[in-house]
Design a protein around this ligand. Structure first.
Ligand code: TMP
Length: 211
């Protein structure tokens, strides 16, 4: 039985969610809140292996549906091996992306259909959805400029898509924001790091009892 709290962070490339997750983890640690941080695709060995296949820059011929199925497969393994056990132990799980990424990227931006991609993901997630999703919204060009300046950040196959694709990803997330207003909260990620974290904290504090 699920006792923990499942939180996902979403956003386009360069939205800063990976760095914000580190800050969230520090914040939870300070307040002695038992938690794990993890990421999709990946988080555990099998899913990290699938990540390598999906994001390999040489795999230029990958079909959109193949891509969607691989993300769903990586999601399934990560969920059963890492997320569900942690939730069952009452932990807060902070995941860098979950199913909304497939809906925005594959469903909307790749044009496979949000409902169609949700359908294949329902088989993978079997009813597990985040309790809270933070959508870090940034203008796609500004996000890509941030990545270009950050030499440590890996540049993957999806980063190399044209700006038009990233604009569609943003549109896709905005549709999801309307479809799931209770669960998905909008965070303005164009601000500086500390301001974004303050905004995140305000939302988090409503879900997590901090002393
Ligand atoms: P990351 O940059 O957040 O590590 O994510 C890797 C890439 O995978 C990023 O371009 C977003 C993309 N992605 C999808 O297209 N669909 C998905 O379901 C997930 C989890 C990620």
């Amino acid at each position: 039985m699920k006792k923990g709290l499942f939180i996902s962070l979403e956003g386009g490339e360069g939205s800063g969610k990976t760095s914000q997750i580190v800050a969230i983890s520090e914040y939870l640690k300070k307040h002695n809140i038992d938690h794990i941080i993890t990421r999709e695709p990946g988080g555990i060995s099998i899913s990290e292996q699938i990540r390598e296949v999906i994001l390999n820059k040489q795999n230029t011929t990958m079909d959109g549906r193949t891509e969607a199925l691989l993300y769903a497969a990586a999601r399934r393994q990560h969920l059963v091996e890492k997320v569900i056990p942690a939730l069952n132990e009452g932990k807060v799980v902070i995941s860098d992306r979950f199913v909304d990424a497939s809906l925005a990227y594959q469903g909307y931006a790749r044009g496979l259909g949000i409902d169609e991609v949700m359908e294949i993901n329902e088989f993978a997630i079997d009813g597990y959805m985040p309790d809270l999703t933070l959508f870090l919204d940034i203008d796609p060009q500004a996000g890509l400029d941030r990545i270009a300046k950050n030499s440590q950040r890996e540049v993957n196959r999806l980063d190399l898509e044209a700006l038009d694709f990233h604009n569609k990803v943003r549109e896709g997330y905005n549709i999801l924001l309307k479809n799931y207003p209770e669960r998905i909260k909008l965070i303005d990620a164009s601000k500086n790091f500390d301001e974004v974290f303050e905004e995140i904290k305000k939302v988090l504090d409503k879900y997590i009892r901090v002393n």
